[in-house]
Each structure stands twice: as structure tokens, then as C-alpha cells.
Design a protein around this ligand. Structure first.
Ligand code: RP5
Length: 167
């Protein structure tokens, strides 16, 4: 047994946390352990190298990497580990995250990053997808994930709420 969380959530800046917290929340709901780390491809390259090179040996199973703008973090992590890397484009102020998306999704053949949607939906889905990957070899987690999905389905009403009549 190890205390090492199964999922590592890394992000380029503290400013990414409001977005990346959605991934953490999704994992918490499904009782999947995670560590949350600031690792900048540009400002802390040595930390990036140490993290990515050591992740598998430490017992990390899936990596979620979020960054905005010139979002090189997910790709650089993927270049240094064969663990699954899920990339979350954080919505940037100047280009609304299109820069982040294109930076993350256009990986060269041979170094995959599973790229999610821009922003909080992408981060939440990264958490769900990480859980889904782990559920392949964890039947209890598969059951929790299926129950969560069923609750989501059950929560979708058939009609919108009635509007008060005007005039
Ligand atoms: C990226 O630059 C980070 O992932 C963040 O999305 C963006 C802005 O970082 P800060 O200037 O807010 O630290 O590296």
C-alpha cells in the first residue's frame, strides 16, 4: 500500500486553481485520491522535469495538467512520461482560451495528450475521465462512477419550469 494519490493535478499557476478545482471536486465526489501541484513549464522547468520523470515511479496513475495561454505544460509532461496525460485548456483573458486549446491539442504524432474542453467543463470532465480510466481496474470505483452517471441522468427534468404569464 502507498499513500501516493492516484491522480496528480498539475497547473501552471495558482491563477489556474479556480478552474482546476473542478477536476479536484469531481475526483472528491468519486473518492479518488489526488494531489494538486503548481508546476510551470516556463517558470519552474526543473520542478516540471522532476515531477514528470518521477510520477510513475511514485505511483501516480493519471495526470491532469491545466494551463492557459502558451500552455506547454501538458505536452511537456507527456514528453517525459508514458502515463495518461489529460490536458485542460484554462480560459485566458486575452484570447478566451483558444490559445490554450490550440497549444495543448496540437501535439506531434507519438506524444499524446488527451485534450478536454476549455475552462471549467473541461476540468470537471478531466476529473471524470481520470476516474473512468482508473475504473478499468477498480470495480468499486466503476460502481461509484455508474451511480454518479445515473444520478446525473435522473436529475434531468423533462420540461423547463413554467414561466409566469405576462399581460
Ligand atoms: C500559464 O500562464 C498559467 O497556466 C496561467 O494560465 C497563465 C497565467 O499565469 P499567471 O500570470 O496568472 O501566473 O502559464
Amino acid at each position: 500500500m502507498t499513500d501516493q494519490p492516484q491522480v496528480a493535478i498539475v497547473m501552471g499557476s495558482t491563477s489556474d486553481w479556480p478552474t482546476m478545482k473542478e477536476a479536484a471536486d469531481a475526483l472528491d465526489v468519486l473518492a479518488v485520491s489526488h494531489e494538486d501541484l503548481i508546476v510551470s513549464a516556463h517558470r519552474t522547468p526543473d520542478r516540471l522535469y522532476e515531477f514528470a520523470k518521477g510520477a510513475r515511479a511514485r505511483g501516480v496513475k493519471v495526470i491532469i495538467a491545466g494551463a492557459g495561454g502558451a500552455a506547454h505544460l501538458p505536452g511537456m509532461v507527456a514528453s517525459m512520461t508514458s502515463l495518461p496525460v489529460l490536458g485542460v485548456p484554462v480560459q485566458s483573458k486575452t484570447l478566451s482560451g483558444l490559445d490554450s486549446l490550440l497549444s495543448i491539442v496540437q501535439m506531434p504524432k507519438g506524444v499524446p495528450v488527451g485534450t478536454l474542453a476549455i475552462g471549467t467543463a473541461g476540468a470537471a470532465n478531466a476529473g471524470l475521465l481520470a476516474a473512468s480510466i482508473l475504473s478499468i481496474s477498480d470495480q468499486d470505483l466503476a460502481a461509484r462512477l455508474d451511480a454518479w452517471r445515473q444520478a446525473q441522468t435522473d436529475g434531468v427534468v423533462e420540461c423547463p419550469p413554467s414561466q409566469p404569464m405576462t399581460d
